[in-house]
Write a protein that binds this ligand. Structure first.
Ligand code: DON
Length: 309
């Protein structure tokens, strides 16, 4: 599948790109600091297989927090809704993505939702498999199916870089282990989580994943139900309430599309029953979301009346 370059989209990308100078690439994961701050690209994938793009959409980027939506889907398929939400809550936090604060004040101690780091670590813990490698391979096969790209894998350098420096995430794990939310060795969970976050793809792949969620979990090409519809619905709802962290409310008003961001600058959008959208723009705002990506989505939403509300 190739994506058609689109002039109207190219013009929007050029305009939104102006914002990159006000943002900054994530550098708390050292290997992410090398990303090109000025880049911006977008792809839209429709259920009939049409695809439009602008910018350098062939370039790979790591999913980072976007992977949290996909691990949530897999954990729900593996364990069922009751088990998952016995261990992780369903409420937005209003805090930054890596905050530890609510873990301590919320009683009984469980992470408030699956999109913040604490909740995502607890969700990754739930993925079924004999070993870290087995669980990783199950996740990769799932993502290869969603993207329609059998060659998707993870970036070893970025995974290793986060494994070596992710002490805040380690502390979230230890806190949760103390309170019985997780019970596996912290280093094993960190190993799986950092590899999951380092899974990489390009905008076309990601727009297709967004499209599967938009189509209630059905593959747009084969019609296969990859994710049960009720699980796809839960994922999209979390994308609305928590997908852009403590900017989710403003994003819902200005853009109105279920979306999930990652610190490598990716954003995946799933416009229910309409299309999947993927953006990559590594310069981030102070909440950890792609600064030009958000501007571009605002402009697209206005121009094409995309808000679902
Ligand atoms: O755990 C982390 O901090 C990263 N691997 C992912 C965080 C992230 O992408 C937050 N997104 N905006």
């Amino acid at each position: 599948m190739r994506c058609q370059s689109n002039n109207e989209l190219e013009a929007l990308v050029e305009e939104a790109k102006q914002q990159t100078k006000y943002g900054k690439v994530a550098d708390y994961i050292p290997a992410l600091a090398d990303a090109d701050e000025d880049k911006l690209s977008v792809a839209l994938y429709y259920p009939d297989g049409r695809c439009y793009s602008a910018g350098d959409t062939a370039e790979n980027f790591t999913l980072q927090s976007i992977s949290k939506v996909l691990t949530l889907a897999l954990a729900l398929m593996d364990r069922g809704e009751e088990y998952v939400f016995d261990h992780v809550g369903q409420e937005p936090t209003g805090d930054p993505f890596n905050s530890i604060a609510k873990l301590e004040t919320n009683k009984p101690s469980k992470p408030l939702n699956p999109m913040i780091n604490a909740g995502a670590l607890a969700i990754t813990h739930m993925i079924v498999g004999e070993s870290v490698e087995d669980r990783l391979q199950r996740l990769l096969s799932f993502i290869r199916k969603l993207s329609g790209n059998p060659s998707i894998t993870y970036n070893q350098i970025i995974a290793q870089s986060e494994l070596e420096t992710g002490h805040l995430n380690r502390s979230l794990c230890y806190f949760m282990k103390q309170h019985g939310v997780i019970d596996e060795p912290v280093e094993e969970l960190m190993d799986l989580y950092t590899k999951q976050c380092a899974i990489e793809m390009n905008c076309l792949d990601l727009a297709r994943v967004g499209c599967v969620l938009a189509m209630d979990g059905a593959d747009p090409v084969t019609g296969e139900q990859i994710i049960p519809w009720d699980i796809a619905r839960i994922c999209k709802t979390f994308m609305v309430t928590c997908g852009m962290y403590n900017a989710s409310g403003e994003f819902a008003i200005k853009v109105g599309i279920p979306a999930k961001s990652g610190v490598a600058g990716g954003v995946m959008g799933s416009l229910p029953r309409k299309c999947g959208i993927a953006i990559c723009g590594p310069a981030l705002d102070d909440k950890g979301n792609s600064i030009a990506g958000i501007k571009l989505l605002e402009m697209m939403s206005k121009k094409y009346s995309l808000s679902m509300f």
